[in-house]
Write a protein that binds this ligand. Structure first.
Ligand code: NAI
Length: 248
């Protein structure tokens, strides 16, 4: 028996990286999957096909997670086509790093809109469906940087810390309807996002990690699976660090 048979999951930013790995992991456990990303292009269509190879229903949607009305529209469409939404993974995120003294208003606003406002947009949009079902699991992608802070990432760290406050608040608000809300705080995970970091920064990170390696997308996807499934039925309002022991 698979862990997520008959469930429907929505994964934002699912066309690559951690989001793609989570979508594939949940599909491998029998969940039907809707992924959203900025564009409906060859990349997201290829992920859709890979997901469908698990014998589940899969569809990719174009949606800018930072846009409130766009989000309402795409969730209504997903609910119509999949008939229910049991799991939401708020994964879409970007970085626009820089020292505070040089950070532009645009760098600040964009990161807050894509990383934090998107979580509000999607959580509010799925909430009526989960409320009606009396069940649901929402997983928000924070970061160790949101827990501990990081130089040159004030905008990113603020957005990821904001996600933690949001997660804990909504968990308290929706717990009575058996809707669980948790955050994952990954450390240094090998993806296209971190590939953009300079080599010495990447080396420095590795030296700080007790497990002496960067994380893989699979490491994060496994925790997302745990939080999606009934295995975590009494876990809500928590932040799970997936960082090789770096944040203790
Ligand atoms: P990535 O850059 O490889 O993938 C992010 C995906 O989100 C892309 O497909 C992108 O097109 C999509 N996206 C960006 N803006 C969007 C928007 N406005 N609407 C819809 N989709 C959008 O990033 P990665 O590394 O897979 O990260 C995924 C999440 O995990 C992000 O929230 C990131 O902040 C978080 N994270 C990543 C860590 C890492 O080491 N890679 C560490 C901690 C957190």
């Amino acid at each position: 028996m698979k862990l997520l048979e008959g469930k429907t999951a929505v994964v934002t930013g699912g066309a690559r990286g951690i989001g793609k790995a989570i979508a594939l992991k949940l599909a491998s456990q029998g969940a039907n999957i809707a992924i959203t990303d900025l564009a409906l292009d060859d990349k997201s269509k290829a992920v859709e096909a890979e997901l469908a190879s698990y014998g589940i229903k899969a569809k990719a949607y174009a949606s800018n997670a930072a846009h409130y009305e766009d989000t309402k529209k795409v969730i209504a469409e997903i609910a119509r086509e999949f008939e229910k939404i049991d799991i939401l993974v708020n994964n879409a995120g970007i970085t626009k790093d820089g020292a505070l003294k040089r950070m532009t208003e645009e760098q600040w606003d964009m990161v807050i809109a894509v990383n934090l406002k998107s979580v509000f947009n999607f959580t509010q949009a799925v909430q009526p469906y989960m409320w009606k079902q009396g069940a649901g699991s929402i997983i928000n992608m924070s970061s160790v940087v949101g827990v501990s802070g990081n130089a040159n990432q004030a905008n990113y760290a603020a957005s990821k810390a904001g996600i933690i406050g949001f997660t804990k608040s909504v968990a308290k608000e929706m717990g009575t309807r058996n809707i669980r809300v948790n955050a994952i705080a990954p450390g240094f995970i090998e993806t296209e996002m971190t590939a953009a970091l300079p080599e010495e920064v990447r080396k420095g990170w590795n030296e700080k990690i007790p497990l002496r390696r960067a994380g893989t997308v699979e490491d994060v996807a496994n925790v997302a699976l745990f939080l999606s499934a009934d295995l975590s039925s009494y876990v809500s309002g928590q932040v799970i660090n997936v960082c090789g022991g770096m944040n203790t």
